[in-house]
Design a protein around this ligand. Sequence first.
Ligand SMILES: NC(=O)C1=CN([C@@H]2O[C@H](COP(=O)(O)OP(=O)(O)OC[C@H]3O[C@@H](n4cnc5c(N)ncnc54)[C@H](OP(=O)(O)O)[C@@H]3O)[C@@H](O)[C@H]2O)C=CC1
Ligand SMILES: N[C@@H](C=O)C(=O)O
Length: 246
Amino acid sequence: MEIPEQIALVTGATSGIGKAITLALSKAGFQVIALGRDPVALEQMQHTSGVRPLALDLLDREALAGALQGEKIDVLVNNAGVIPPAVEFDQMDQNDIDATIAVNLSASLATTRLVLPGMMARKHGHVFFIGSTAGQAAFPSMAVYGATKAAISSFAVALRCDISGSGVRVTEIVAGRVETNLYKEVLNDQARTDMYGAFDAVQPEDVAAMLLSVLQMPAHVDVTRFDILPTAQFVGGGGFAKKDNE
Ligand SMILES: NC(=O)C1=CN([C@@H]2O[C@H](COP(=O)(O)OP(=O)(O)OC[C@H]3O[C@@H](n4cnc5c(N)ncnc54)[C@H](OP(=O)(O)O)[C@@H]3O)[C@@H](O)[C@H]2O)C=CC1
Ligand SMILES: N[C@@H](C=O)C(=O)O
C-alpha cells in the first residue's frame, strides 16, 4: 500500500501490538515516531526499521509535550497500556489502580490533546485508541482495567462529536486476547504459556494489518471501531455466586 510520506506516532512501540503497528506503518512508508520507555528496544527498531525512537515515560507530561512540539503528526496510535494484577477490586493495591488509570486513560488523553489541534488545523489525521473486550463486557478481577478501556471507548465516540467536520478520523480497536507481553508482570512464564497455549490467540501483526486497512479507507470513510478477537474467544455469559457454606 503506497502512502505519501506521513508521520505516525505510536505509543508503546517497543513491544506487542504497538511494535507490530510501528513496523507495519514503517513498511507502508510512514515516518514513525516510536515511543516507549525501553531505549534498547527502540534503538534496535531504529537500526532494523529506520523508525524515529522517542524514549520517554508517558507519565512525564513535560517531556511528552516537549518532544512533540513542532511535530506534524498525521496518525496517532494510542496503544501504550498496562494490566494490573488480576485480583478482586477489594484486594487491589491503590498504586496499581492509579497506575492503570494513568497509563491506559490519562496518558492517551494527554497525547491526543497534544496532537489533535495540529491535525484539525491541517484538516487531516487519524487517531487510533487501543481498547479491549474488557471495556465492552464484565470480566472478573479486571474491573479497573476494564473501566479504563470502557472510558477510552466512550471518549473515542464522543471525541468524534467534538471534531466533526475537521476531516480527522477516529478509530477504537477493541481487541480480544492478543499474544503479547501484556501479562508479563502479573503472570509467571508457565501461566502465560498455558494461557496462550489454550487456543490460537490473535497475533499483534493481525491487529496491525487491520489498522492499515482502516487507514487505507478513502477520506470520506471513517471506520470508527473494529473488534478483533480469537475465533475461539467469546465474551459475555452470566455467572452465579457460590452458595455460602452454612
Ligand atoms: N494483549 C492483549 O490481549 C490485549 C491488549 N490490549 C491493549 O493493547 C495495548 C498494547 O498492549 P500489548 O501490546 O498487549 O502489551 P505489551 O506489554 O507487549 O506492550 C505494552 C506497551 O506499552 C508501553 N508502555 C507501558 N507503560 C508505558 C509508559 N508509562 N510510558 C510509555 N510506554 C509505556 C510498553 O513500552 P515500555 O515498557 O518500553 O515503556 C510497551 O511497548 C494496551 O493498551 C493493552 O491494554 C487490548 C486488548 C487485548
Ligand atoms: N482483552 C484482553 C486484554 O485486554 C485479554 O483478553 O487479555
